[in-house]
Design a protein around this ligand. Sequence first.
Ligand SMILES: *[C@@H]1O[C@H](CO)[C@@H](O)[C@H](O)[C@H]1NC(C)=O
Ligand SMILES: *[C@@H]1O[C@H](CO)[C@@H](O)[C@H](O)[C@H]1NC(C)=O
Ligand SMILES: *[C@@H]1O[C@H](CO)[C@@H](O)[C@H](O)[C@H]1NC(C)=O
Length: 308
Amino acid sequence: MEARKSIPSKCLILLLLLIFLKSVSGIPYKIPRLTPPIKTMSRDPNNILSSSLLTKDLKTYFYKQTLDHFNYGPQSYATIKQKYVINFKYWGGANSSSPIFAYLGAESPLADDLQSLGFLSANAPHFKALQVYIEHRYYGKSVPFGTMEEAMKNESTRGYFNSAQAIADYAELLIHIKEKFSAQNSPIIVIGASYGGMLASWFRLKYPHIALGALAASAPILYFDNITPQNGYYSIVTKDFKEENFYQNVSHLEDENRKLVEQLDEHKVMVENANGEIGRLSAEVEQEKTKYSNTKEKLSLAGWERRL
Ligand SMILES: *[C@@H]1O[C@H](CO)[C@@H](O)[C@H](O)[C@H]1NC(C)=O
Ligand SMILES: *[C@@H]1O[C@H](CO)[C@@H](O)[C@H](O)[C@H]1NC(C)=O
Ligand SMILES: *[C@@H]1O[C@H](CO)[C@@H](O)[C@H](O)[C@H]1NC(C)=O
C-alpha cells in the first residue's frame, strides 16, 4: 500500500526531469550571455545619447577578416565578413591626431548594442573622437561559413569561435581602419563592457602598440575560479544595497533564498526516497515474476500429470 501511494510522486519527478531535459536540448544555439539582456536596460527614446546613435551619422562597413590568426596553413587564410560601424560626426580628422574610440563588440549582434550604447557618443564631442563599433565574430552579420548552423557544425568550424581570435580580429581591423582613414597618428582607446570589457583589457595587454588605453566597464576580469571569492559579486551588490538602505528588502530576499535552499534539500531527500522505493518495487516485481513462473511450471506439470 505504502509503495503504491508513492508512485505518482515518482512519475512527477520523472516527468519534471523529462521536461527539464527537453527544454535544455530544445534551444539550438543559445550561447550563454555574461551581459544582461539589452531589453532589460533602459532604452529611453528621448535619451539624446542613444538616439544620436540611431541617426544617419552611422556608416556601416564590412571587412574581410582573417579566419584564423594563429595558424599558417592555407585554410587559415580564408576570410570571414566582419561588420563594423563608424560615426564620423565629431571626429577632428586625421591631421589633428584626434583619437579613435573603438568599441569592442561582445557576445551579441552589434545592432543590439548600438541601441543601448551612449558612452562613446557622449564623450566623442569633447575629444573630437572618431567612433568605431566592431562586431564580435560569430554574432549578427559577422557569422562565418554563411550561416550559424554551418558555423556551429563541427569542432573545426566552431574552433575559431574564441576570445583570442576575437581580439586578434580587433587588432587587424583597427590597423586597417588607421590606414584606410590615414589616421596613423590618432591614438586608439578600446572600450568594452562586461565580456567586452574583458576583451578591452586583454587587448591593451596583448596589443599595447595598437591601443593607447582601454576602458573596461563592469568587466569581471578576475572573476574566475580561485582568483576571487566565489561570493564576491553578491557580497559587493549586497553592500551597495545596504548603503542605499535597501537592505531590509535584500535581507528579505536572503530569507527567501534560504527557504528555497531548504526546499531543494527536501526535494533531494524525496528523490533519494523515491529511488529507494523504485529499488524495493523492482525487487518485489522480480519476486512476483519468479512466483508466477513457478506457479506456471507447477500448473503445466499438473496438466501433464492429468493427461498421463
Ligand atoms: C592633412 O594634411 C595633409 C599634409 O599636410 C594635407 O595634404 C591634407 O589636405 C590634410 N587633410 C585635411 C583634411 O586637412
Ligand atoms: C567540418 O565541416 C566542414 C564543412 O562541411 C568540413 O570541411 C570539415 O571536414 C568538417 N570537420 C570535421 C572535423 O568533421
Ligand atoms: C521594499 O520593497 C517594497 C516593494 O516590494 C517597497 O515598497 C519598499 O519601499 C522597499 N523598501 C525599501 C527600504 O526600499
